[in-house]
Design a binder for this molecule. Structure first.
Ligand SMILES: [Zn+2]
Length: 284
C-alpha cells in the first residue's frame, strides 16, 4: 500500500471529513442481489451492455433489449436496499453527506432513505419517450409489455445487471414493443446507455456537491467509466482526499488516500450503527 496513506481506518476518515461527497457504484447493490458487470480487476465479466446508437437505430436491438428486460425486471423491480444503502442514509441523517452521487440505476439509495441523491446514470424505474419526452413508470410499461407478449411472460432466464436477463436463442423478431402512447415514438429506459452522455445539469450538480465537500468517498465502484472517474480526478486536483471501499482495484487507486478492500455493507454498516444482519438502523 501507498506509504502516503494518512488514515488508518474508514471511521477516522469519516470523522475527519464531516462533509462527504459520496460516489456509489454497482458494488453497493450486489448485496441486494443485483449482479455487477466487472470483476476484481475491473474487467468485463460478461458481454457488454446495449449501446445507445444501435438501440435507437435498430428495431431488432430494441426487441432483444425489451424481451430480456421483461424477464430481468421481475428480479430488479423487487430488489430491496441492503445495509450499505441504509448506512449511507444514516450518515446523511447525521449530516455527514454533502451529496450522494450514484452510478446505479436501481433507486435503492432513495428506497433506503437518502434524500440528497443525484442519479448520475438515470433511473430504471422510469421509461422515457425519445420524441416527446413523456415519462411513464417502468412498472406500467411492464404491464403493456406483458399484455402484448403473453407467450414471453412464461420464460425464465438468469438475471443480469441493470434489469437485464440472459435470455438467448430466441427469435426476438416476434417480440412486440409498445410505442409511446402519446406520440408513437421510441421508448427507452430513462437511463444513460453506453455511448450516450450524462446530461450536463446532472454533472454540474454533482460537481457543485464535490466543491462543497471536504472529501470524497467512493463506495463499490471500480471507476472504470469516465463519468464516475472524473469526480475522483476533480477531487484530487482540488486537493481533497479520496477514500474508496471496493473489492478489487479501481481506476483511481493512484489517487486514493485510503483504500478499504471489503464488501460495502461490511465496511460501512458498523460505522453508521446499522445492523448488518437486519439492514435496519439501530440507535447509537
Ligand atoms: Zn412520445
Amino acid at each position: 500500500m501507498d506509504a502516503a496513506l494518512r488514515f488508518s481506518s474508514l471511521g477516522e476518515f469519516i470523522e475527519n471529513h464531516p462533509r462527504l461527497f459520496v460516489l456509489t457504484g454497482a458494488g453497493c447493490s450486489t448485496d441486494s442481489g443485483i449482479p455487477d458487470y466487472r470483476d476484481a480487476e475491473g474487467e468485463w465479466k460478461r458481454a457488454q451492455p446495449v449501446m445507445f446508437q444501435p438501440f435507437m437505430a435498430d428495431v431488432h436491438t430494441r426487441q432483444r433489449y425489451w424481451a430480456r428486460s421483461l424477464i430481468g425486471w421481475r428480479y430488479f423491480g423487487r430488489a430491496k436496499p441492503n445495509p450499505a444503502h441504509f448506512a449511507l442514509a444514516e450518515l446523511e441523517r447525521q449530516g455527514r453527506v454533502e451529496l450522494l452521487v450514484t452510478q446505479n440505476v436501481d433507486c435503492l439509495h432513495e428506497a433506503a432513505g437518502s434524500t440528497n441523491v443525484v442519479d448520475l446514470h438515470g433511473r430504471l424505474d422510469t421509461v422515457r419517450c425519445m420524441s416527446c419526452e413523456q415519462r411513464v413508470p417502468r412498472r406500467e410499461f411492464q404491464e403493456r409489455l406483458l399484455a402484448q407478449n403473453p407467450q414471453w411472460a412464461q420464460l425464465d432466464a438468469r438475471e443480469a445487471p441493470d434489469g437485464d436477463a440472459d435470455l438467448e436463442g430466441r427469435d426476438f423478431t416476434a417480440f412486440n414493443i409498445p410505442p409511446c402512447q402519446y406520440c408513437g415514438g421510441i421508448l427507452k429506459p430513462d437511463v444513460v446507455f453506453f455511448g450516450e452522455s450524462v446530461p450536463r445539469d446532472r454533472v454540474d450538480r454533482a460537481m457543485q456537491g464535490l466543491r462543497d465537500a471536504d472529501a470524497m468517498l467512493v463506495v463499490g465502484s471500480s471507476l472504470m467509466v469516465y463519468s464516475g472517474y472524473r469526480f475522483a480526478q476533480a477531487a484530487a486536483e482540488a486537493g481533497k482526499p479520496v477514500a474508496a471501499v471496493n473489492l478489487g482495484r479501481t481506476r483511481a487507486d493512484h489517487l486514493l488516500t485510503l483504500k478499504v478492500n471489503q464488501p460495502c455493507a461490511e465496511a460501512l454498516a458498523p460505522l453508521a450503527g446499522v445492523d448488518l444482519r437486519l439492514g435496519l438502523a439501530v440507535s447509537i
